[in-house]
Structures are given as C-alpha cells and as structure tokens.
Design a protein around this ligand. Structure first.
Ligand code: NDP
Ligand code: MG
Length: 407
C-alpha cells in the first residue's frame, strides 16, 4: 500500500529533501498535496514532476500558478491563502503531512494536521516553540502521530527506548506526564555545529554580512534557519522544541558544540550510558527515518566511513559569543508566552538583518529588548498565541525603526 503524503513548504530545503526520498520509494509513497507561498514556477515544476493532486499557494496567486503549469497537469486542484493551506493540511485523502514551512506561518496548518489525526513529520520547529505542549496534547486527543524531522530530535528519538517513544510521540497518550525516570533517562544532549562564526573573534561579529551568516559550514538549508544557526538561536529554539516533544524540563537538556556534525544528539541514562546517533549531515536521513518508521529504508545519503572520521570534538557553548542561547534557555524556564515572544522577535530581527537594517549582533539585542518590554501570559491557547505573536512583531519592528543608525 502506498502512503499519500502532503508536503507543506514543498519549495524549500525540507521540501526538496522530502521529495528526493519519496522519489526513491515510489512504490511506498505518493505525493498527494504540496504547498508554497510565492515561488509559483518552482511549485508548478514540482507538482508536475510528482503528480500531486492538490496544491496550496499564497493568496491571489492561483492564476499565476495555472499559467506556470503551461498546459500540464490541468486537473490539479488549487487552493490558496491561509484557509487553503489549512484545508490542505487536514484533507482526509492524505495520511502523512510533512511540515516544512518556515516560521510561525506554519502554526495553524501544523495544528490542523495534528487535529485531523495525521502522521505529522515536523521539521517546522517554530510552532513547537510557540505552543509545543498544547500541540502534543492535541495529538494525544486526536490520535495523531508526531515524528520529529529536525536532525537532533530525530536522533534523540532513535536513542530513546521504544516503549517511551511509542508513549510520548508515536502514539501519545498522556504527554504531560514525563516518564523519563521510569525509563532511566537522565538527560538529552543536543549537539550544535556552532555555525559559520564558531571560531570568529566575538568583537568582529558586528561586521559580518548576511551572506557570511547564511553560509553554514555543514548543512544546506533555507535562509532563516541558516542565520539562526549562525546566532545559535536555532539551538535555543531546539531546546524548547525538545522540552515539548519529550516532556522534559529545560534543565535536563544540555547543548554541546560538535563542529563535525556527525553525532546528531545523545541520550544519557542513569547507569552512565550515553546513546548517540551518528550519520552524515544529510537531512534525507531523518526524513527517511520518519517516513519509513518503524522500517529502515534507504535515504540515498553518503555512508560514514568510521575509520576515516578522525577526531570528533565536543565542547560547551560560549554564551557570551552566542547570547541567543542564554535568552532561549531563560525563556524555556519562564514558559507561558515567553517562547512566543522570543520566536516572533527573532523572526523580525533576522529579517531586518537580512535586509541590511540591523547588524548581526543586534539580532540578540532586539530579541532581548522585546522580551523585557512585553508581559508574559500564562494562557497559551491559539487565539492568545496569535495575538502575542502579532503584537511582538509590532514591538520589535518599532524598536528597530526607532534605534539610532537603523532605517
Ligand atoms: P526554506 O526557506 O527553504 O523553505 C520554506 C518553505 O516555506 C517554502 O516552501 C516557502 O514557500 C514556505 N513559506 C515561506 N513563508 C510562508 C508563509 N508565510 N506561508 C506559507 N508558506 C510559507 O526553509 P527550510 O526548508 O530550510 O526550513 C523549513 C522549516 O524546517 C523551518 O522551520 C526550519 O527551522 C526547519 N528545519 C529545516 C532544516 C533544513 O535542513 N532546512 C533542518 C531542520 C529543521 P516559497 O518557496 O514560496 O517562499
Ligand atoms: Mg536541527
């Protein structure tokens, strides 16, 4: 039997890697739906190549998409805007939804797929940062399966006992009850490459360009996550993501810098054992792991030659060099809407940096200042979260506009 797969954010880096894996296993997976925001031509090409039945595109772009199809695949259904995306995420014909949208824009479609009881393969980490525990609770209610695609979280999943995995993610029953102790799990250790500026003098970070920041030494990813990797906000977001996925307190999530990006994360057990997952830095590996779960199927990735690996380094991150890490840890401890504020302020600051309006080091400064201004609410239902997200964006934009030397 073939699984019908929907890829949200199909034109991005996660989308490209997911399609690569699906095309390697055409007997097992078929593309049902695809989404993009503005890259209409690219979406049309992918839709024709994959034989997708439905696509979702940004509001007002249906005609443009139909033109881009150039007479091919004319029976494809096109939906648009936020309502179209939500509809695509919950369509009954597709059992598997891959979330590859970037940023908070993925929150509503992720929730929709979860509420519809799908097997949801989550790459889009920002929704888990914004309301992860609520998403996991919704999954427990609807019977949805959650499998992380983020390489670190997928690595953790692979290192966890099967029974814990099944209870907490694959078929969540009561995700608010942490069963870590019962399984002898002490902590989760997330590895970080350290990004392009690991060895840069801290005082020179002021002058780095968006191109330098986006040039990740190990992974080929979309622009926003590449910049987040350079500030290490990505690891901060991943800390919050891990707390939600595995029902674990922030104090039990450790971050270590591992520049080789071979060990993708570890789980430490009470007997002193550490289980690690190792693989080439290739997103097709976690994607195929999640798509095929529980079967192991081929990813097409280059194999690691362990004899040639040489030295693998691990060290503590320097929070003075990477202040976003400290901010994210504080926010994880605070809870409530603090992660929503962190995430939205970061999205605005990263965008301003990419557009040349602020310097690299100002990303963490504006996130910090926004966090100091906005009150943290305990309530975290969807309506509240969307309101806080919107308000935060306004506040950070105003701060940037009114700062000396910014446009
Ligand atoms: P990309 O920027 O490469 O792709 C983003 C996708 O989202 C595109 O399809 C884009 O459409 C779509 N999109 C952008 N804005 C909107 C919007 N407002 N509404 C709907 N769709 C939108 O991102 P990545 O693939 O790198 O990352 C996707 C997510 O996965 C992120 O949350 C990231 O943190 C996470 N992730 C990515 C990894 C990677 O290797 N890339 C690894 C681990 C996690 P369009 O092309 O039309 O703009
Ligand atoms: Mg990651």
């Amino acid at each position: 039997m073939t699984d019908q797969v929907t890829i949200l954010g199909a034109t991005g880096s996660i989308g490209r890697n997911t399609l690569d894996v699906i095309f390697r296993h055409r007997e097992r997976f078929q593309v049902w739906g695809l989404s993009a925001q503005s890259r209409v031509e690219k979406l049309a090409g992918i839709a024709v190549e994959s034989g997708a039945k439905v696509v979702s595109i940004g509001a007002g772009r249906t005609r443009e998409f139909r033109c881009a199809l150039n007479g091919q695949q004319t029976d494809i259904r096109v939906v648009e805007g936020e309502a179209g995306l939500k509809h695509l995420a919950e369509m009954p014909e597709s059992e598997v939804v891959v979330t590859g949208i970037v940023g908070a824009a993925g929150l509503v479609p992720t929730l929709s797929a979860i509420r519809a009881g799908k097997k949801v393969l989550i790459a889009n980490k920002e929704p888990l940062v914004m309301m992860g525990p609520e998403i996991m609770r919704e999954a427990a209610l609807s019977g949805a399966t959650v499998i992380p695609l983020d390489s670190e979280h997928n690595a953790v999943l692979q290192c966890l006992p099967v029974s814990f995995r099944d209870e907490s993610l694959i078929c969540p029953t009561n995700p608010s009850t942490s069963r870590l102790e019962e399984h002898g799990i002490e902590k989760v250790i997330l590895t970080a490459s350290g990004g392009p500026f690991l060895y840069f003098p801290t005082e020179e970070l002021d002058n780095v360009t968006p191109e330098q920041a986006a040039a990740h030494p190990k992974w080929n990813m979309g622009k926003k996550i590449s910049i987040d990797s350079a500030t290490m906000m990505n690891k901060g977001l991943e800390l919050i993501e891990a707390c939600a996925l595995f029902s674990i307190e922030p104090s039990r999530v450790e971050i270590v810098v591992h520049p080789q990006s071979i060990v993708h994360s570890l789980v430490e057990y009470s007997d002193g054992s550490l289980l690690a997952q190792m693989a080439s830095p290739d997103m097709r590996i976690p994607i195929v792991n999640a798509l095929g779960y529980p079967d192991r199927i081929s990813s097409g990735s280059e194999r690691l030659d362990v004899g040639q690996l040489g030295v693998l380094e691990f060290k503590e991150p320097d929070e003075r060099h990477f202040p976003c890490l400290r901010l994210a840890r504080e926010v994880a401890e605070t809870g409530g809407t603090a992660p929503v504020i962190l995430n939205a302020a970061n999205e605005i600051a990263v965008d301003a940096f990419c557009n040349g309006r602020i310097r690299f080091t100002q990303i963490s400064e504006f996130v910090d200042r926004t966090l100091q201004i906005l009150p943290v609410l305990i309530r975290r239902d969807l309506e509240t979260v969307l309101e806080v997200d919107l308000k935060t964006r306004r506040v950070t934009k105003d701060l940037i506009m009114s700062a000396p030397g910014t446009a």
